[in-house]
Design a protein around this ligand. Structure first.
Ligand SMILES: *[C@@H]1O[C@H](CO)[C@@H](O)[C@H](O)[C@H]1NC(C)=O
Ligand SMILES: *[C@@H]1O[C@H](CO)[C@@H](O)[C@H](O)[C@H]1NC(C)=O
Ligand SMILES: *[C@@H]1O[C@H](CO)[C@@H](O)[C@H](O)[C@H]1NC(C)=O
Ligand SMILES: *[C@@H]1O[C@H](CO)[C@@H](O)[C@H](O)[C@H]1NC(C)=O
Ligand SMILES: *[C@@H]1O[C@H](CO)[C@@H](O)[C@H](O)[C@H]1NC(C)=O
Length: 782
């Protein structure tokens, strides 16, 4: 072991050492991130030596123990390390010079709803692969057209190429058959196709995935039993393939899920390239692994980072949260970071709250997947479903509560828990089951339970009304609470109630669309209420995209979650970067936010599932992303790294920690009066006492000579004035300041919403205004 651990400049290598040395560590030790801000020294070996020195002093001078406790060193995008420490050692470490924060290795989750449901498909599903030519379809495409654009300008994440010596992007291991040319073309083209990265095939003009790394030291250190499908960067769950193909998949003709949603499909930026940093394993994604991935991605020179994952709410403080830390340094290096807001549905549950990220909420598209249901009394309705099975005749329908078995109460059976149903009573019938939406419940499993009990159909009443289509194993449909009541009432008041469920169909042009998905996490920002989150919404309900054949032998799948919304925005960011390569991350974010729409396709205000409440900025941020307008926003709200420093000072970071975080001599002289002063493309005043003014700066990126006038929709009871009311620009890149004055007219409770729009004939540059009147001043009670 001694010799194994001598050269310690490779991450992979270190993890081996850790594994061998684990036994000698104290049992109470846990993995912590020791975050030390921006990099000071250039030499990773020197940084590693210093990290070991710090660990040695914590371990009472034992170099052996120091080495054994070390998990990762971060030295490219930022400084710090991950190590196994006891609580006391962690506190001691936090006091050491140079340390910004020490925080435990928390687990993050992928932001897919009902991941249980799609995971449940594993092994069961034997979807025929049809409609794809097994010939190497990619060689039929025109290479010149394809490549050149890609390589010059619009790579997605990563401009490194495979096998750059020491920084080789490839970490292959089990699970890959590199020469398996019988994979469906779809996968070759769309996702995780490491064939392309092979040195033998270097000349391939179709490299889509240009690199892949994986990180599991943090996972290995935390989990008792490390059981993974592939100890490699291969996508074992399908989530990575799905999100990556949404962002940057090439055009595929005839893409469908079991015939549903058939048609052509492509990702947002089909020419972009992908570098994969796999940090998530069966049980989740650990902080120390995420930070290692950020560190490498910054070194690799990626342009955009897409994170369909996040902390559970409430999230930690910015410098005690791996994603905030990693994205801060990524943004400081000019990388655009796009992240999902989370799937916790309720007010204030939004995560990924830092102002240097683009945080994405989920909404519907105008495509639904529904099954029609007809009751014996002639009433008909539809419910969400992806089941292609259908009943050939009307059959008796009962409440699952009536079919309770053995020791189960009718109440328990009404949820169709495993083995809670009596076969004799359920056989040949349609069962009405309930779903409370807890994380351990699976809608898919309920259909299996009903099938096992001999049921021929299921109507699932979703008490949380989070309509998400599921590939049930019997004819089935999901309905909301209200419809559920009507069906149960029909059953109660009818002597022989019957029903028939038809197979799922794709409904195009469903209305209203888009709607904010019920599961999408909502603002306000629990950490810094002055910064509105989410920033934007994009499609995240029932999204069809590529799938890893490693899970369920399918080449595409339909999933829901803010995880699915995030890569839609990532693809759009890639397009903006291709056209405007010099724009800063915050300019790109501004272009996406100020051009969004708050109207649905019928030109009515966007609503929120399930009850059609009118949506507000806490649901969708600036609104629904409009890819047709993002390239030409007219004006942008820009912010530089220095502005984020002033922001950090305004929320209480002192100069000492600021120096460490930024690695320079920044001071808090330029601090903002409040965090509302950050030049953000939305304006939130969470504590308005009588009067407050906010200044913003807009940069002209439209016609050199242009005039804008302010159009304001003031929040109810607030007087909003804009100074000046007109902006006269004389050149491209010119900046003009303006002030938004808020005055309380008639105080009311809670958050109030309005907007400011700078308009001329060509451009509308719209910014949400969010205000809450201070209670203390006006004697309001909560
Ligand atoms: C469902 O009901 C509508 C009227 O409410 C009727 O037009 C339609 O034909 C019905 N569908 C079926 C399949 O009976
Ligand atoms: C199922 O229902 C039948 C008929 O009502 C009854 O005879 C039987 O005991 C029940 N079985 C269980 C396990 O509850
Ligand atoms: C149906 O009847 C059961 C008892 O027989 C009752 O508990 C339930 O509330 C009724 N449901 C409706 C919707 O009327
Ligand atoms: C910070 O200031 C000190 C003394 O004023 C100077 O020696 C040092 O080079 C500065 N560091 C940076 C990164 O500018
Ligand atoms: C605009 O505001 C910024 C910061 O508030 C200030 O530094 C700058 O001088 C102002 N520019 C003009 C033209 O007033």
């Amino acid at each position: 072991m001694g010799s194994l651990c001598k050269t310690t400049n490779s991450v992979l290598y270190l993890s081996t050492c850790l594994f061998l040395a684990e036994i000698s560590l104290s049992l109470s030790a846990k993995v912590y991130v020791v975050y030390m801000g921006s990099r000071g020294s250039d030499d990773p070996d020197e940084i590693l030596r210093q990290n070991h020195q710090m660990l040695t002093s914590i371990h009472g001078g034992s170099a052996e123990q120091a080495k054994a406790s070390h998990v990762y060193s971060y030295s490219h995008g930022f400084r710090g390390f991950a190590a196994k420490l006891t609580e006391d050692q962690a506190s001691e470490m936090a006091e050491m010079p140079g340390v910004v924060s020490v925080f435990p290795n928390s687990r993050r989750r992928l932001h897919t709803t009902h991941s249980w449901d799609f995971m449940g498909l594993m092994g069961e599903e034997t979807m025929e692969i049809q409609g794809y030519s097994t010939k190497n379809q990619e060689f039929g495409l025109n290479p010149q057209v394809l490549v050149m654009l890609t390589c010059l300008r619009c790579q997605l994440v990563g401009r490194g190429t495979a096998n750059q010596g020491k920084h080789s992007m490839l970490q292959l291991a089990t699970g890959f058959n590199l020469y398996n040319r019988n994979l469906p073309t779809f996968f070759k083209v769309l996702m995780f196709d490491y064939l392309d990265s092979q040195p033998q095939l270097k000349l391939s003009l179709y490299r889509k995935v240009i690199g892949a790394r994986y990180y599991m030291s943090g996972y290995e250190a935390e989990e008792d039993q490390v059981k993974v499908s592939f100890k490699s960067s291969r996508d074992s769950s399908g989530h990575g393939s799905h999100t990556a193909s949404t962002a940057a998949g090439r055009y595929m003709t005839n893409m469908n899920y079991k015939g549903l949603a058939a048609g052509g499909a492509r990702g947002g930026a089909p020419m972009a390239r992908i570098a994969v940093y796999k940090t998530c394993w069966d049980s989740g994604c650990y902080d120390v692994d995420l930070l290692a991935a950020f560190d490498d991605a910054i070194r690799d020179g990626v342009h955009i980072l897409s994170l369909s994952l996040g902390p559970d709410s409430p999230q930690g403080d910015y410098f005690n949260d791996a994603i905030s830390v990693g994205s801060f340094h990524a943004a400081s290096h000019g990388i655009v970071v796009v992240a999902s807001v989370g799937n916790e549905a309720i007010q204030g549950s939004a995560t990924n709250l830092a102002p240097w990220m683009i945080t994405v909420a989920a909404s519907s598209t105008d495509r639904d997947f529904t099954s029609e249901v007809i009751l014996g009394n002639g009433a008909n309705f539809t419910g969400e479903s992806l089941s292609l099975l259908q009943m050939t005749a009307s059959t008796r329908i009962i409440s699952a509560a009536e079919a309770y078995a053995g020791y189960f109460t009718p109440y328990q059976s009404s949820y169709c828990l495993e083995s809670s149903l009596n076969r004799t009573k359920a056989k040949g019938k349609v069962l009405v089951c309930r779903h409370a939406g807890s994380s351990t419940e699976s809608k898919l499993v309920k259909s299996e339970v009903v099938k096992e009990a001999g049921g021929v159909g299921m109507i699932l009443v979703d008490e949380t009304d989070k309509a998400v289509a599921i590939p049930f194993v019997i004819p089935a449909a999901i309905v909301g609470k209200r419809m559920g009541k009507r069906i149960l009432s029909y059953i109660n008041h009818t002597r022989k109630p019957t029903s028939r469920i038809f197979s799922a169909k794709t409904i195009l042009g469903s209305e209203p669309a888009p709607r904010v998905a019920a599961f999408s996490s909502k603002g306000p920002n629990a950490l810094t209420p002055e910064i509105l989150k989410p920033d934007i919404t994009a499609p995240g309900l029932n999204i069809l995209a590529a799938w890893s054949p490693a899970n369920g032998k399918m080449q595409s799948n339909i999933l829901s979650g803010t995880s699915m919304a995030c890569p839609h925005v990532t693809g759009i960011v890639a397009l903006i970067k291709a056209v405007h390569p010099s724009w800063s991350p915050s300019s790109i974010k501004s272009a996406i936010m100020t051009t969004a729409t708050v109207m649905d396709k019928r030109q009515k205000p966007i609503t929120v599932d399930p009850f059609g409440r009118r949506a507000n900025a806490f649901d969708y941020g600036s609104g629904f992303v409009d890819p047709t307008r993002v390239l030409d926003p007219g004006l942008i709200y820009d912010a530089q790294p220095a502005d984020y420093k002033a922001f950090l000072c305004s929320i209480g970071y002192n100069e000492k920690s600021l120096h460490l975080i930024t690695g320079d001599n920044s001071t808090c002289d330029q601090m903002f009066a409040t965090a509302s002063a950050l030049n953000y493309p939305s304006i939130t005043v969470p504590n308005l006492k009588d009067r407050f003014s906010v200044t913003r700066t807009v940069t002209n990126v439209g016609k050199p000579r242009s005039i804008y006038r302010a159009v304001v929709s003031a929040p109810v009871g607030i007087i909003v004035t804009i100074v000046p009311r007109r902006l006269f620009f004389n050149g491209y890149g010119e900046k003009i300041n303006f002030t938004v004055n808020f005055k309380v007219n008639s105080p009311s409770e809670g958050y109030l919403f309005g907007y400011l729009s700078w308009r001329n004939r060509k451009s509308w540059v719209t910014t949400p205004l969010v205000v809450r009147v201070s209670h203390s001043k006006f004697g309001l009670v909560t």
